[in-house]
Design a binder for this molecule. Sequence first.
Ligand SMILES: Cc1cc2nc3c(=O)[nH]c(=O)nc-3n(C[C@H](O)[C@H](O)[C@H](O)COP(=O)(O)O)c2cc1C
Length: 193
Amino acid sequence: MSTIGIIIGSTRPNRRGADIGAWVQEAAARRDDASFVLIDLRDFSLPHFDQAIPPAMGGTQSESAKAWANAIGECDGFIFVTAEYNQWLPGALKNAIDFVFAEWCNKAAGIVSYGAAGGLGAAGQLRQMCGQFGIADIPAQVRLTLEADFEDMSRFRPRATSAAALDTMLDQLTAWTSAMEPLRVAAPSALVH
Ligand SMILES: Cc1cc2nc3c(=O)[nH]c(=O)nc-3n(C[C@H](O)[C@H](O)[C@H](O)COP(=O)(O)O)c2cc1C
């Protein structure tokens, strides 16, 4: 059975990302077509990117980078739970993505984005990065807006339509994660670089 990592991409203390990640995990736990694991960037304490050798050209060197690489490597697919900061994906998430290479390759990903306008900018940037790794970014997406999915712009109260969008996204993601398996078995990263 595939393993799909739910990556919480923001790290500040009072982030909305934690509640959203928990909501995704709860919906995912009702399924039996994949297993899901929560991956919280805060658990890894990655520094600003400090690897002497680009990850695409070799392994990771530091202990924190190795732990992060192992967590990503154990997954067959991903759900990026991403905020939008200044029209871009959070710097902490971009930084963490850069720490590994082969561990991302030939997998599948879905996106749960949030922000004033649904975090569409951040989602688009993530999709662009997926191409670099040969990650199949699936079309179904969850777009949570601060106005419609949060009570008083603070407490997370997702709309029924957002919950339905999440189920559709999970349907597509589990199917694509399985569909990409032959590529991962045949050539873990060689098809990308
Ligand atoms: C530094 C910063 C920049 C932000 N820029 C945007 C933005 O460009 N677009 C947007 O929709 N929301 C923006 N927001 C609002 C965030 O969408 C909102 O605060 C969200 O909760 C951030 O995710 P987090 O709570 O998981 O950190 C910004 C918030 C912060 C802290």
